[in-house]
Design a protein around this ligand. Sequence first.
Ligand code: BG6
Length: 481
Amino acid sequence: MSFPTNFLWGGASAANQYEGGYNEGGKGLACADLISGGSHTTSRQITKTVKEDLLYPSHEATDFYHHYKEDIALFAEAGFKAFRLSINWSRIFPTGMDQAPNEEGLQFYDNVFDECKKYGIEPVVTIAHFDVPAYLSEHYDGWSSREVIDFYTHYAATIFDRYQDKVKYWITFNEINTATLTIGNFLSLGLQVGEATFIDQPDDPQRRYQALHHQFVASAKVVKLAREKYPQFHMGCMISYMPRYPYTCHPNDVLLAKQEENMHSKFCGDVQVTGKYPYYAKSYFEQQGIEIKFAEGDAEILAEGTVDYYTFSYYLTLCVSADPEVEKNGHSMIGGSGVNNPYLEQTEWNAMIDPVGLRITLNDIYDRYQLPMMIVENGIGVSEDLTENGEVHDSYRIDYLQKHIAEMEKALADGVDLFGYTIWSAVDIVSASTGEMKKRYGLIFVDKYDDGTGSLNRYKKDSFYWYKQLIATNGESLLEK
Ligand code: BG6
C-alpha cells in the first residue's frame, strides 16, 4: 500500500449537526436552530422564533458541547490524525454583526483545540458549515446582501487571530456549490445562503447566484488576509462533488453530463482555485438571464484570494439522460433529475454507491488544478440499532469505506496528490438534509433518537475498530479484507 507517511486519517463533523448547546455560553441563534426535524418523507418547518411544540434537532444534536473531551478521547483511541469540525458563527458573534466577540464562545473552541493537541490530532476547521446567524438571515436576507461579506471577514479575522497557533488547516465554506442546487431549499437556501425566512418563496436563481458570488468574494478576502498575516495557514475550498455519468454513449447524453457536472461540481472550484469565473458559467448565466453584479474590485479580490488546497465531499455519482422519456422514468436522490445507474447499488436514502467514481473524481480534479487534495467527507447513512450488548455490527459501513479507501490508494498510485481523508462522520450526528438522527453515518453510535429522547451515551461500532486498525497500519490492513 502506498499511503504517504503523515497521511491525515480522521473523521468529520459540523457544528449545527453535532454541537448542541444552542443557547448556552452566550451563543446566538443560527438559521439551523429555527429548522425543525423531518424524516425520509416528511419535510421540515422553518419558524421565525423557537416554538415550544416543535423539535429542533440542532438544539441538542449529539451534544459535542458537553461531550467534547469524551469524544476527542475516542478519536484518539481510534488513532485519528485529524478531526474536521466547524466553528459555530453565532457562538462567536451571536447576531453575526456584533463588534466584540463572545469570549465564552472563543474559549469553548480553545478547549476543543487544546484537547486535540493533547492527542496530536490536527484540527481541520470549516469557518462556515451551513451556518448563518439567524439575525443576519432576518435582517439582511443572509448572503443575498453584500454587507454580510464584511461580517464574515470580521468573524474570520477574529478566529484567525485567536487560533493562529492552534489551527493550520482552514476551509472557508462547506460545500459552497450547494447554492447551485435548484432543489433542496433547506440546504441551498436555508442553511447555505441563510435565507431561512424566505424559504417559502419560489426559487430565484438570480438571488441564489448573487449570494454565491458574495461568498466567493468573502472566501477570497479571508484567504488573502491569511496569506498576508498567517503564512503558516493552509486555506482550502470545499466542494460537494457529484460526478455525472451519461446514461448512454449517445453524444447528447455525454454533453448533458458534462454540462451538469460543470455547473454543479466544477464551477465553484474553478472560481476558488483559478480566481475567475469560467467561460462556461458566463454563457450559462447569459442563457438563463442571470446577471452577477461585480462590485468594483471584486475581480481583483477573486484573483488574489485563490485557495492553496482543494477539499471535497464524495458520497455518490449521478447518471443523466438527454432523452426526456428515460429521465421521466428515472429517479435520483439529488437534483430532481437523473436516472438509476444499473451498475450500482443504492443506499437506503437512494444514494448510488460508487467507489470507482472516487478514483475518477480524484484524477479529474487533480488533472484540472494540480493542487494537494483532501477528502473531507465520505460515508454512508444507514438506520441502525444497538444490540443488547451495546454493539453495532455495521459490516455494510466497513464494506463501503473499505472499497472507497482502496480506490483512493489506486488514485495515489495514479499520481494524484491526496494528503488526507476524514470520514463522515466521526460520531452519529443529525442529518443536514432531513434533520433526522435515524440516518446515521458515525463510527461511534450515539444513543439519541428522532423524538429527542436518548441518554447521549456513546458506543463504538464495528467500523470504529476496523478504522482503528486501518489507521494503525496506514492502510496496509485493507489488504486483509
Ligand atoms: C454533506 C454535508 O452534504 O453531506 C454534511 O456537508 C451532511 O453537512 C452530509 O451531513 C450528509 O448529508 P445528510 O443530508 O445525509 O446529512
